[in-house]
Ligand binder design. Sequence first.
Ligand SMILES: *Cc1c(COP(=O)(O)O)cnc(C)c1O
Length: 400
Amino acid sequence: MTSRTGRHFLQIPGPTNVPDRILRAIDQPTIDHRGPEFAALAKSVLAGMKRLFRTKGDVAVFPSSGTGAWEAALVNTLSPGDKVLAVETGQFASLWRVMATRLGLEVEIIPTDWRHPADAGAVEARLAADKAHAIKAVMIVQNETSTGVASDVAAIRRAIDRARHPALYLVDAISSLGAMELRQDDWGIDVAIAGSQKGLMLPPGLGFNAISAKALDASRGAKLPRAYWEWQPMIAAAETGFFPFTPATNLLFGLREAMAMLEEEGLERVFARHDRLAAATRRAVAAWGLEPLCADPAAHSSALTAVLLPAGHDADAFRRTVLERFDMSLGAGLGKVAGKVFRIGHLGWLNELMLMGTLAGIEMGLAAAGVPYRKGGVDAAMEHLAGAAGASPARVAAAR
Ligand SMILES: *Cc1c(COP(=O)(O)O)cnc(C)c1O
C-alpha cells in the first residue's frame, strides 16, 4: 500500500463518513452502564430516536449490525410456520427473505426486476386475496441499498388498509433513517428497523427496532425462539435508563452527538440536502451517458445512486481503478448485479464539495479505466448545485 495524503473518500452507501464531532464524542472513557451518568445518556438517546423515527412507541437498541435488527423484528412478532409477504426489490430484500425462511417462516415473494420499487397495487391484490388472513406480516425495504430504488412506504400502508388486512407492517429503514423521510406513526409502521452506520453517521455496531403498540402486543403471543433479541426486558429496563446486558456505551455517546447534529440542521433540511446531492449526482450520470439502475424516475433513492456500466465493462475493475488512483471507495454491485453496477453513496455526513470530489474521482476513473463515457458530468452537477434548484435552503434563507 502506497502512502496516502488527505482523506480517503468513503463513498459507499454505508458505512458512511463519521463526522469529527462524533469521533470525539466516542473517544471518551467508557462509563459504568449501571450508574446514573449512563441512565441520563440512555434516556436522552432513546427519546431522540423516538423523535427520529417519529413515533411515540418504544425503541430497542441492540449492539448489532442491521442484520441483527432484522432478526429481532421477526422473532419478536412471529411464530413458526407463519406466512409473511415480502417484495424482492434487491439484494437486501432477498437476504431478509432468506433469513425469514431460515427462522421457519413461510415467505411469499412478490418479485421485481430490481429496477422498480415495491408495487403497492400488487401488495394490495395479494392481501385482498388472503381472505383467511393467513399472512401475518408484510416486509418492505424502504431504501433498497443494492439498487438505489426507494419504495413508497406510506403508499404500501394505504394498500394494506384498503385490503382491510391485519398483517403487521415491518419496514427496513436501515439506509433511509436520517437520510430520507420516515414517519413511523403516521405511516402505520409496526416495526421500523435501522442501523447506526448509514444515515446516522456512526460506525457500525448499533441496530434499532422502533416498535408500535400493535407489534408489542403481537410479541406477547409470538412463538419464534428468541433470547438475546427479546424486546420485553429491553423495554422494561429502558424505563429506568438501563439495558438488560452491556450496551455499546461509546457508540451511544456517538449516537447522542449524531442526534444533536441532525436536530441542529433540522430533519427537513437534512432530507432536502440528501435530495439535492442525489439530484446533482443523477445530472452527472446522465451527462456521462450512463444509466442509473433505478428505472422509475419517481423512485430514485436520495441516499445512493447505482450506475450501470456499458455491457462488457466490469464495474469491479472500474472501482479498483478509482481506489488505486484516487483513494476513493465506491460501492460494489451486489447479488445479481455484481460486476454490472457501481454504487455512489451520497448519504450521511456530506456536503456539495465532498460530492463534487466524489464525482470528479468517478469522471477521472471512467477515463483511467477505459470505460466509454461523455465528458461533462462534473460540470452538469456543478451547474445544478450552483443554480437555484440546487442551492442549500440554509444558504438561501441566510441570503434573504
Ligand atoms: C446495510 C443494510 C442492511 C444490512 O445491515 P448490516 O448492518 O450490514 O447488517 C440491510 N438492509 C439495508 C437496506 C441496508 O442498507
